[in-house]
Design a protein around this ligand. Structure first.
Ligand SMILES: [Zn+2]
Length: 463
């Protein structure tokens, strides 16, 4: 019964997609279980292929007019050729894949996570925010522009990856390589990352936070070794106490703040709107020395915006209660702020630990991204699109704390921005990758309108 209904569902959904409105088409897309699993052997390609077919039915003009290429089988690259080949192209990107629903939490969802249910003014489901909304809204915008007879002067690429939640090392990396091999250099790329957020620093107005950079990633493995022996005769240089001292030093010693990378630009944009003491501290921060930095460091989300963070995530050591261990290890994860480097962080860690007996190895390291400009024509095109579809919001540059596919596209773009124009309330952040992910139905036309306005504004401007 269940198998039958699932099979017929995808066919029905594909047939009805063309006839219905935008929210129904997005709802249909949420029903495909395009999941990125941690374990690659769990990958099920079928929902991805079905979603491709569904999009073909739902956006016929786009598929008839734009060139479509399959990259690494399950990612898609659309090329909307501009009339003026001398203009550098733009790339709009989002991803098909979603994170799994943690087994056992299905019951906590108000609506089934892959049901695509519209209820109480929301569309509920995995991908409603991260990131099928980006895929579908971009396609809606292109379809609407084609219907209106619009043709771009500047080439517009639409890139939809299938493995962003695993790092995009196949999809986005493949698309980047393909474009690079064709000598494509982008004016700018726009990806997910930030949104229109309410409740920032007590501001009444929502803030469109345009991600201008994303943090890097570094995992270090610290190892302390010792002679071992019988626990009845403990020696002073035990592996676990030595490792514990190193870990404690790291935990107690935050890395220095880097306000200059993105934070200062963000506060320049927010400052004039902030009331009372906050506004004062922000506007006088140059005179107040480190006061603002100390205040910000107290709040984990702000702390993460202004420095490379240190998180001790795994500790291992010892095998038996009466045996002194010969080694103990700790895994420490850093998120590297632009302005710091992987090598610089390793050096700082060495100094903080101040113990040559502790071995430090890099398990995984990726530098922070470049910082995109928060002025100039590309920025202004994005700002204008925000202001035309979300009037009254404050527009500010911001730092993306997690990773996006732009870590790849950034290589071929002069500037990479990270922003999807949906609205996030104070309790909404936990829904992304969490339970009850949902999109406000009334928000969706503005999201589509943003991409329409951006394509019109950016693909005609000269540079
Ligand atoms: Zn995402």
């Amino acid at each position: 019964m269940r198998l039958l209904s699932v099979l017929s569902l995808s066919i029905l959904v594909a047939i009805s997609a063309a006839a219905e409105g935008p929210i129904e088409r997005l709802s249909g897309a949420l029903r495909f279980e395009t999941i990125s699993h941690q374990n690659p052997t769990d990958f099920d390609p079928e929902p991805f292929s079905e979603l491709h077919r569904y999009l073909e039915a739902a956006f016929p003009k786009t598929h008839a007019t734009l060139e479509r290429e399959r990259v690494a089988d399950y990612s898609l690259l659309f090329t909307w050729r501009g009339s003026d080949p001398s203009l550098a192209p733009i790339l709009l990107t989002s991803h098909f894949d979603v994170v799994p629903v943690i087994p056992g939490t299905e019951e906590r969802w108000s609506q089934p996570p892959f049901g695509g249910v519209v209820a109480d003014g929301y569309l509920w489901g995995r991908g409603a925010l991260d990131d099928k909304v980006g895929v579908l809204a971009t396609l809606e915008a292109v379809e609407a522009l084609l219907t209106s007879g619009f043709a771009p002067e500047r080439t517009v690429y639409l890139a939809f990856g299938h493995d962003e939640e695993l790092g995009g090392d196949v999809g986005a990396a493949g698309i980047t390589e393909l474009l690079e091999s064709r000598g494509v250099r982008l004016w700018f790329s726009l990806d997910e990352g930030m949104a229109i957020v309410s409740g920032i620093a007590g501001l009444e107005k929502p803030v469109a936070m345009i991600g201008v950079a994303e943090k890097g990633f570094l995992t270090l493995r610290l190892t302390a070794t010792a002679d071992g022996g019988h626990s009845s005769v403990p020696t002073p240089d035990g592996a676990i106490p030595r490792l514990a001292r190193a870990v404690a030093r790291l935990d107690e010693t935050p890395l220095p703040t880097r306000m200059g990378s993105v934070a200062n630009a963000m506060f320049d944009a927010l400052g004039p709107h902030l009331p009372g003491i906050q506004g004062f501290v922000i506007s006088q921060r140059w005179a107040l020395g480190g006061v603002l930095e100390s205040i910000l460091s107290e709040t984990p989300s702000m702390n993460a915006m202004i420095r490379t963070t240190t998180a001790i995530t795994i500790v291992e050591g010892g095998v038996k209660a009466n045996v002194l261990p010969t080694s103990a290890t700790a895994t420490v994860n850093f998120r590297v702020v632009p302005g710091d480097t992987v090598a610089g962080v390793v050096e700082a860690v060495r100094e903080i630990i101040d113990d040559p007996e502790i071995e430090i190895e890099i398990e995984e390291g990726r530098e922070a991204s470049k910082v995109a400009s928060d002025s100039g024509e590309a920025w202004e095109a994005i700002r204008a699109a925000v202001e035309s579809t979300a009037p009254g919001v404050i527009v500010a540059p911001a730092l993306v704390l997690g990773g996006t596919d732009s870590k790849h596209y950034g290589r071929i773009a002069d500037d990479s921005y990270r922003f999807t124009p949906f609205r996030l309330g104070e309790d909404d952040l936990g829904r992304v990758h969490g339970t009850d992910e949902r999109l406000a139905v009334e928000d969706y036309p503005n999201i589509i309108g943003f991409y329409e306005s951006l394509i019109q504004g950016a693909s005609g401007t000269t540079r």
